[in-house]
Design a protein around this ligand. Structure first.
Ligand code: PLP
Length: 401
């Protein structure tokens, strides 16, 4: 059976060119970049080049890039590192209710350490209101952290406006840009950002490697101790193959950015229009226009997201949903709930995240299969007017909420 990958917000395939280069830095070029002999020096030079590529992708200087083990670690380093280094100035951090758990759970940890966190609400389209940001600032605020683009619904935040407030008030501004970097143009100088998180595997680089951009002059402390690597901000022998792969992925992303966005946007619009034409009782989640090129997120009334996913998977289509019935938790996505969706509507959500490898044929196939599945699931739903088999709803317990 043909398999179609529609889950690029979860991870992407490693580019062949990236994988090939990484292999070279595991076998022939295996030196430790800290060694002063030729084995070490050639690798040190390659790590520097990778740093240049990552910096170029986001408009940073190379010495403002610190490699980490991925987006999660970079988020931890940004929040904890800035909190620790600036706690004499204040103990207040502003973030949003729709951040990735790498931010939310780090904030919860910081609360236990005595920091006070404001979780800003979002509107129905998952956008933060500028006035809410402004009103949340106190004389204790040291950091604002607002994600660039949401991983579930694709909404892009008013980063420029938030950055202006941060500058005006003398507060650091961090953005978790893991969904956007490599998939959407970002310039840290233009946006006046102090810190930015990125991750390799969301743009055809390897898993387990990412970076934190830290503008020169930002006060930050390391959260782990060791040697002098990454200027002691992130000690530990470098993940050389990962870093080399991240650098190559960054180079390719910058080179192909425009072409990739045009291709993916066209597919997204075809899919969105097609779903609207073929299926009724649906709701587009996220902002109608200010969203990531590859993100399509719909709620389908009277349908349970997990059953939808399993049925799509049987047809070879890999997507994602905002509910988690089968993982033992009945709680739907915190993002969809923060947008004001009811539990029922949130449970019926489907995220299709497109990538550069997808084709118009993939969309056509999905537009054939999806309406059939929705119709079948609705015919089994106790809540649907077309229902004929009330007992067969595979996830009726969810509707308790
Ligand atoms: C994937 C993701 C992360 C985590 O990055 P990892 O490299 O997988 O640790 C953080 N934030 C957002 C918005 C993400 O999409």
């Amino acid at each position: 059976m043909k398999r179609i990958y529609f889950d690029h917000s979860a991870t992407t395939p490693v580019d062949e060119e990236v994988a090939k280069l990484m292999l070279e830095y595991m076998t022939e070029k295996f030196g430790n970049p800290s060694s002063i002999h030729s084995f070490g020096r050639e690798v040190h030079k390659a790590v520097d080049e990778a740093r240049n590529h990552v910096a170029a992708l986001i408009g940073a200087n190379a010495n403002e890039i610190f490699f980490t083990s991925g987006g999660t670690e970079a988020d931890n380093l940004a929040l904890k590192g800035v909190a620790l280094a600036n706690r004499k100035k204040g103990n207040h951090i502003i973030t949003t209710a729709i951040e990735h758990h790498a931010i939310l759970h780090t904030c919860e940890y910081l609360e236990k350490q005595g920091f006070s966190i404001t979780y800003l609400p979002v509107d129905e389209h998952a956008r933060v209101k500028i006035e809410d940001v402004r009103n949340a600032v106190t004389d204790q605020t040291i950091l604002i952290s607002v994600m660039f683009a949401n991983n579930e619904v694709g909404t892009i935040q008013p980063i420029t406006e938030i950055s202006e407030i941060a500058k005006e008030k003398g507060i650091y501004f961090h953005t978790d840009a893991v969904q956007a970097v490599g998939n959407y143009p970002i310039d840290v100088k233009e946006l006046n950002l102090d810190l930015l998180t990125l991750s390799g595997h969301k743009f055809h680089g390897p898993k387990g490697v990412g970076a934190l951009y830290v503008r020169r002059g930002v006060r930050i402390e390391s959260v782990q101790q060791g040697g002098g690597q990454e200027r002691s901000i992130r000690p530990g022998t470098e993940n050389v193959p990962g870093i080399i792969g991240l650098g190559k992925a960054a180079e390719i992303a910058k080179r192909d950015m425009e072409k990739k966005i045009a291709h993916i946007t066209a597919l997204r619009d075809k899919l969105t229009t097609g779903i609207r034409e073929r299926i009724s009782d649906i709701k587009l989640n996220g902002h109608p226009t200010i969203r990531m090129p590859g993100n399509v997120n719909f709620s389908f009334s009277y349908v349970e997201g997990e059953s939808l996913l399993l049925n799509l998977d049987l047809k070879g289509i890999a997507a994602s949903s905002g509910s988690a019935c089968t993982s033992g938790s009945l709680d739907p996505s915190h993002v969809l709930l923060a947008m004001g969706l009811t539990h029922e509507v949130a449970h019926g959500s489907l995220r299709i995240s497109l990538g550069r490898g997808n084709t118009a044929e993939d969309i056509d196939y999905c537009l054939t299969v999806l309406p059939e599945i929705i119709e079948r699931l609705r015919s089994m739903s106790p809540l649907s007017s077309t229902s004929t088999m009330a007992e067969n709803n595979p996830c009726s317990s969810c509707h308790k909420h």
